[in-house]
Design a binder for this molecule. Structure first.
Ligand code: PMP
Length: 396
C-alpha cells in the first residue's frame, strides 16, 4: 500500500491564500490590503536603491561562495548589534546570529529556549502574528497567551496584560513582545508602559523575547528600539529576533538575526555555542546574500544615508495614508470614526471590520482584507482613496 495515500490535505495559509485569490480576480478596480509587504504609490514593491548599489559592490568584490560561519557574517552581526542596542550593552554580553529571516531567528530562539531553558513556556500576546504560535510549537516550546487588545479592538488593555503576566507566569517563562508595530493590531505600549513591562519581567524573572520585524516603520529607527532598550535597562537577559525583510525590502533574500543578551561574557559564550548547535541541525549556516547587502549598506556612510532616506519615505507615506483614509472616512455619511488608526504604528491596523464585512468588501468591491479585519495600510493608494472609503462605508 502507498504510505502517502491517506495523507490529509492541509488548510492553505490564511494570508498567502488571499493573495492568490486577489491575483485571480478579473476586476480592474481592486485593492489588496492583506499580505504584509510594503507597496509604493504604483502598487509595486521595488528593490531599494541602497540595496541595488550594495549588490553592485558585492558583485564586483565577492570572491567566493564558500560557506559562512554558523553564526553568519561578522560585519553583519556587528551592524545588527548596533542597530538594535546602540552602545547600551557591552559587546561581550551580546551574541548575534545571522538567520534566514525573522522567522528563522524565531525558530532558533524557540529551540534554544525549549532545549536549554526547559521547562520554560512562552507567553504570546492575544492576538499575535499567527506564525508565532506555529513556530514555537514546532520547536517544542509550550505556548500560552496573555491578553493584549482591549474589547474596543483598537487599544491596549494594559491592566489585563499586566495581570496575566503577573498571575499566570512562572519564573523562567519567556514572554514574547512585539518590539514595535504590533502585528496584526498596530497597537504598541507607550514609553511608560514599556518601563512597567520591563520592571515586571525583571521582578518576576521572566525571559524577554522580542520580535523586532519592523524597526523604522513606527516612529523612526532609533525611536522604535526604545522598547527593547528599556527592557534591557531592567533585565540582564533577553533574546531579540529581528528581520530585515521590511526595512531593507529584502523579503525573498531571507535575512534576519537572533540576538541573545546574557548577564556575563561567559554565559554569552556558552549560550552562543548552544545556539550554534540549534542552527547546525536546522539549516547548518545562513545564506550569504541578504546579510552581505545589509552589512555593505551599513559599512558605507553614503549608502547608509540613502537607506535611511528611503526607509523614512516609506514610514512617512504609511502615516500619510492613515491620515488620508481617516479623513476620507469622515466624508462618508454615517460611517464610523477611524481616528484610532492615527495612534497605531507600522503597516498594520485592526480595522474593526467583521468577518462578514470583510467578505462583502471582497465580493462586492474587490477589496481584499484578512478575515480578522487586519489591514495592510501600505496596500492603500492615494489615488484610489475615495473609492476605498466608499467601499468600506458601503459594508459598515
Ligand atoms: N515577526 C512578525 C511580527 C512579522 O510580521 C514577520 C513577517 N511577516 C516576521 C516576524 C518574519 O519576517 P521574515 O519574513 O523576515 O521571516
Amino acid at each position: 500500500a502507498h504510505r502517502f495515500d491517506s495523507i490529509a490535505m492541509a488548510a492553505p495559509d490564511a494570508i498567502l491564500g488571499i493573495g492568490e485569490a486577489f491575483a485571480a480576480d478579473p476586476r480592474s478596480e481592486k485593492m489588496n490590503l492583506s499580505v504584509g509587504v510594503y507597496k509604493d504609490a504604483a502598487g509595486t514593491t521595488p528593490i531599494m536603491q541602497c540595496v541595488k548599489a550594495a549588490e553592485q559592490k558585492i558583485l564586483e568584490s565577492e570572491t567566493t561562495k564558500s560557506y559562512l560561519p554558523i553564526d553568519g557574517l561578522p560585519d553583519y552581526r556587528n551592524a545588527v548589534r548596533e542597530m538594535l542596542l546602540g552602545d547600551q550593552v557591552p559587546a561581550d554580553r551580546v551574541a548575534v546570529l545571522q538567520t534566514p529571516g525573522g522567522t528563522g531567528a524565531l525558530r532558533v530562539a524557540a529551540e534554544f529556549l525549549a532545549t536549554q531553558c526547559s521547562p520554560t513556556r512562552v507567553f504570546v500576546p492575544n492576538p499575535t502574528w499567527a506564525n508565532h504560535t506555529a513556530i514555537m510549537r514546532a520547536a517544542g516550546l509550550p505556548v500560552e497567551t496573555y491578553r493584549y487588545l482591549g474589547s474596543d479592538r483598537h487599544s491596549l488593555d494594559f491592566q489585563a496584560m499586566v495581570d496575566d503576566l503577573t498571575e499566570n507566569t512562572r519564573p523562567g517563562d519567556a514572554v514574547l513582545l512585539h518590539a514595535c508595530c504590533h502585528n496584526p493590531t498596530g497597537v504598541d505600549p507607550t514609553t511608560d508602559q514599556w518601563q512597567e513591562i520591563a520592571k515586571l519581567l525583571a521582578s518576576r524573572g521572566l525571559i524577554p523575547l522580542l520580535d523586532f520585524a519592523y524597526q523604522g516603520f513606527g516612529d523612526g529607527l532609533e525611536e522604535d528600539a526604545a522598547g527593547l532598550r528599556t527592557v534591557l535597562q531592567h533585565c540582564d537577559e533577553a533574546i531579540a529576533c529581528s528581520s530585515y525583510s521590511k526595512n531593507f525590502g529584502l523579503y525573498s533574500e531571507r535575512v534576519g538575526a537572533a540576538t541573545l543578551i546574557a548577564a556575563t561574557p561567559s554565559a554569552t559564550a556558552a549560550s552562543l555555542s548552544q545556539l550554534k548547535i540549534v542552527v547546525r541541525a536546522n539549516y547548518s549556516n545562513p545564506p550569504r546574500h541578504g546579510g552581505a547587502i545589509v552589512a555593505t549598506v551599513l559599512a558605507d556612510p553614503e549608502l547608509t544615508k540613502i537607506w535611511k532616506t528611503e526607509l523614512e519615505g516609506k514610514r512617512l507615506r504609511i502615516k500619510q495614508l492613515r491620515e488620508q483614509f481617516v479623513a476620507g472616512m469622515k466624508q462618508q455619511p454615517g460611517a464610523p470614526d477611524f481616528s484610532f488608526l492615527l495612534q497605531q504604528k507600522g503597516m498594520f491596523s485592526f480595522s474593526g471590520l467583521s468577518a462578514m464585512q470583510v467578505d462583502e468588501l471582497r465580493t462586492k468591491h474587490g477589496v481584499y482584507v484578512v478575515g480578522s479585519g487586519r489591514i495592510n495600510v501600505a496596500g492603500m493608494n492615494e489615488e484610489k482613496m475615495d473609492w476605498l472609503c466608499q467601499a468600506v462605508a458601503d459594508v459598515m
